[in-house]
Design a protein around this ligand. Structure first.
Ligand SMILES: [Mg+2]
Length: 300
């Protein structure tokens, strides 16, 4: 783990450097508060900082409060230990109020220094772990467990975003709603595991037809939605035709059999006067029409 030391006193700085290096830390040492701030404000900033209280220019508490201000906008915490000389003890409260996590008195005890830095390391490790969990949870809450694409909730959020953008940039936005034909027959005749294999394979084939900036999600059981920003009706019809072919032209290998699969499509182009519900509703009506008119087809 990386540690930043900011200490203007050469002897003290060299001692800190040598002790912490021996403890296995990767040490970065500077001799002023402003240099410390430059490093802590950079992309790959160390997560533990030992700041001398009294330094020319920017002092320890000043650097500390700047870091805390910056942290309010980002999801990374810096553990800060202030170094204080005995005479500064009376001001300790003020120093801690700047947002420091701990302090060490000079002249410092090697053993104490090691223990306090390790305490900081534990805090940082817990914090990193928590952040990873949070990210994992966020991804899980947005994705469909079976297929890995967006779930219904995330689809709605993406749709709202795309509608706002289309309005702002005055660019077209189109939607495809598609549904596997007679999916119940697959589940009933071959089992739900086979049904799952079909769903996953369908997703793989559709993804291969999409652009990186298209949004694709599972709307319900065997129903999917694709959002195509920048696409007019004629373009979304062409994409739908490609997807329809990718599904129907090659039977689905489910291990025990090769199943012919088709899907029906309802497409709509966003009208700036409508909201997301109205757009989805129109795609849904078109999909219903495709089902009614014989399936394995595209309607708008
Ligand atoms: Mg000093």
């Amino acid at each position: 783990m990386k540690i930043l030391i900011a200490e203007d006193d050469l002897l003290s700085r060299k001692m800190l450097e040598s002790i912490l290096s021996k403890l296995g830390y990767e040490v970065l040492a500077v001799d002023s508060g402003s240099k410390a701030w430059d490093i802590l404000n950079s992309e790959s900033s160390p997560q533990i900082a030992i700041l001398d209280w009294m330094m020319p220019g920017m002092d320890g508490p000043e650097v500390c409060s700047k870091i805390r201000q910056r942290e309010s906008g980002i999801d990374q915490y810096t553990y800060i230990i202030l170094l204080t000389a005995k005479t500064e003890k009376k001001d300790l409260i003020a120093g801690m109020e700047s947002g420091a996590d701990d302090y060490i008195s000079k002249p410092f005890d090697t053993h104490e220094l090691g223990v306090r830095v390790r305490a900081g390391q534990r805090v940082i490790e817990l914090q990193n772990q928590l952040r990873n969990e949070k990210e994992k949870h966020l991804i899980l809450s947005m994705t469909d467990g079976l297929t890995g694409i967006l779930n219904r909730r995330a689809l709605y959020e993406a749709l709202e975003r795309e509608i706002l953008r289309a309005g702002r940039e005055r660019t077209p936005l189109s939607i495809i709603m598609l549904d596997i034909d007679f999916f119940k027959k697959i589940n009933d005749g071959h089992g739900h595991n086979t049904g799952d294999v079909v769903l996953k394979e369908l997703v793989r084939r559709i993804l291969a037809e999409l652009r990186p900036y298209d949004t694709f999600g599972r709307y319900g059981g065997e129903e999917f939605i694709v959002l195509l920003p920048g696409a007019y009706m004629y373009e979304v019809l062409a994409v739908s035709e490609r997807i329809r072919g990718a599904i129907r032209n090659t039977p689905f290998d489910v291990g025990t059999a090769c199943l012919p699969v088709t899907a029906s499509f309802g497409v709509a182009e966003f009208d700036f006067k409508e909201n997301s519900d109205a757009l989805i509703k129109r795609a849904d009506v078109a999909l219903y029409k495709a089902k009614k008119n014989g399936r394995d087809r595209i309607e708008n």
